[in-house]
Design a protein around this ligand. Structure first.
Ligand SMILES: [Zn+2]
Length: 264
C-alpha cells in the first residue's frame, strides 16, 4: 500500500502558498505579525503530542477519540483560517497535528491502516472549492507513511441529502441531525476489501465537539461490516479537553518531516 494516490503535490502547493503569502502581504493567524501565515513563534507553541479527548456525554459505543490539543488559541485560528479563509499554507502544520493524533491512536496497532475523512457536505465543498478535512487527512497519511506506517487515505463515506450545518446546534440536535446521515457506497467498500481486507480504520476530522459526527461515521462504517479502531482529530473543544475527559497521555512518534522525506 502506498499513500501517494491521494496525497501528491503537497510540496508544490506549499511553495505556491508561501509565495502567495509573501506577495499578498500575509499575516500570522495566531498573532497577526506580518509575514508567514503561521509565524515561527506561534508554530513553536503548537501541541507536541496527543491524548484521548472524550466528549461529555460520550455518544454510546464511540471508539476512543484522540486529539492533538484543545480547540482554542493558535490551533483554533489555524483551523478556521484553513477551513473558512482557505489559507492553504496552514494545511501542512494542521496535517502534522492530525498525524500526531492518529499516530497516538494507532500506537498499539500493527499492519495496514486506512484513514477515513469525515465527509463534508457536497454543498460546502462546492462553495469552498476545497475539502479541508480530506486535505488534512491526506497530509496526515503522508506523514505517517514517512514515519514508516503502511497507510492509505480513502473517502469511504458520503453524506446523504438533508443534513444541515452543525454550527450552533447542541449535542442532542447534532445527534438528531446526523443520525443515518452517512453511508459507505458499495463500490468504495468493494475496492477497500479487494486491496486492504485487514486494514485498521481511523476516522479523521478537524475538530471534535460533541462526538456526534465521529459516532455517525463510525456507525456508517460498522453498518457495512468494517471495524473502526479510533477517531483522530486535530483538536477537541475545551470542555472535551478538561481533565475529567482524559484517559492518559501519549506522545506521538511523528515528527516534522522535511519535504524530501515525504514518500509519494
Ligand atoms: Zn504568530
Amino acid at each position: 500500500m502506498r499513500s501517494g494516490a491521494d496525497s501528491g503535490g503537497i510540496d508544490g502547493v506549499r511553495l505556491l502558498d508561501a509565495l502567495a503569502d509573501l506577495l499578498l502581504g500575509g499575516r500570522c493567524v495566531g498573532c497577526a505579525r506580518p509575514g508567514r501565515v503561521l509565524c515561527g513563534r506561534c508554530e513553536a507553541l503548537l501541541p507536541a503530542g496527543a491524548r484521548p479527548a472524550w466528549p461529555s456525554p460520550v455518544p454510546p459505543g464511540l471508539v476512543t477519540p484522540w486529539a492533538a490539543g484543545p480547540y482554542d488559541g493558535v490551533v483554533r485560528a489555524m483551523v478556521v483560517g484553513h477551513k473558512e479563509r482557505r489559507l492553504l499554507a496552514l494545511r501542512d502544520p494542521l496535517a502534522l497535528l492530525l498525524a500526531r493524533s492518529a499516530a497516538a491512536a494507532l500506537a498499539p496497532v500493527r499492519g495496514p491502516v486506512v484513514l477515513v475523512p469525515v465527509p463534508s457536505r457536497p454543498a460546502s465543498v462546492r462553495a469552498r472549492g476545497y475539502d479541508p478535512t480530506y486535505a488534512l487527512t491526506a497530509g496526515a497519511a503522508a506523514r505517517l507513511a514517512a514515519a514508516g506506517r503502511d497507510v492509505a487515505v480513502r473517502r469511504l463515506l458520503r453524506t446523504r441529502p438533508g443534513v444541515v450545518d452543525q454550527a450552533g446546534l447542541g449535542a442532542e440536535a447534532r445527534a438528531a441531525n446526523l443520525a443515518g446521515s452517512m453511508h459507505c457506497p458499495s463500490a468504495a467498500l468493494r475496492r477497500l476489501g479487494e486491496r486492504w481486507p485487514r486494514a485498521s480504520l481511523v476516522v479523521c476530522d478537524d475538530v471534535l465537539t460533541t462526538g456526534a459526527t465521529a459516532r455517525e461515521a463510525q456507525r456508517a462504517l460498522e453498518s457495512v461490516g468494517l471495524q473502526v479502531t479510533a477517531v483522530a482529530a486535530v483538536a477537541a473543544t475545551r470542555r472535551r479537553w478538561a481533565p475529567g475527559g482524559l484517559a492518559g497521555h501519549s506522545e506521538s512518534s511523528v515528527r516534522r518531516v522535511s519535504p524530501s522525506q515525504n514518500t509519494h
